[in-house]
Design a protein. Structure first.
Length: 172
């Protein structure tokens, strides 16, 4: 496992080793001891998985009072994953980091609590999974609209398919 810094504080790219041959591959997607020794020390309490079709854009979401850290990865397909700094006291406020995650590159992204998160699907479909450090609470939802002019995210798709709920989110 290799860990790389990103342009946002404490947001990390994790390169997980996959062992493959003509039959497919095997990878250890999570090991408590390995992640703790790498500096990701928060406990995960909930696992989530979503399925989306090409050009679906989800986000940008966050929890307001009980922020979740997330360890995200793609089981099938390819997505462009985005993390946005929404903390007005941060030196990186209003900046984002984006990366392609896929079943081919076996990358994970560690998103500490307090960031907004979203993704769009690049492949025909994608299965996305993530571990969370706190429980989801629908009464604690927050979000930033995907096309926020301050963030100015360079999404790699045109005409994204966005839910009505996400289209009603506000700007920073």
């Amino acid at each position: 496992m290799k860990i790389y810094d990103t342009t946002l504080t404490d947001v990390k790219i994790i390169e997980v080793e996959a062992f493959g041959d003509h039959r497919g591959y095997f990878q250890e997607s999570y090991n408590l001891n390995r992640y703790k020794s790498s500096g990701i020390k928060l406990n995960f309490v909930q696992d989530n998985q979503s399925y989306s079709k090409k050009n679906i854009l989800r986000g940008l979401h966050f929890q307001i009072n009980k922020p979740q850290g997330k360890l995200v990865s793609v089981v099938k397909g390819s997505i462009y994953d985005v993390v946005a700094d929404i903390n007005p006291q941060s030196k990186n406020y209003g900046k984002y980091f984006g990366i392609e995650l896929s079943d081919q590159n076996h990358l994970q992204l560690w998103i500490p609590p307090g960031y907004a998160h979203g993704f769009c699907v690049l492949s025909e479909d994608a299965y996305f999974q993530y571990k969370c450090t706190d429980f989801y609470d629908s009464s604690d939802e927050g979000g930033v609209k995907w096309d926020d002019p301050k963030l100015n995210i360079k999404w790699p798709i045109s005409n994204p398919i966005v839910s009505e709920k996400d289209n009603l989110l506000s700007y920073l």
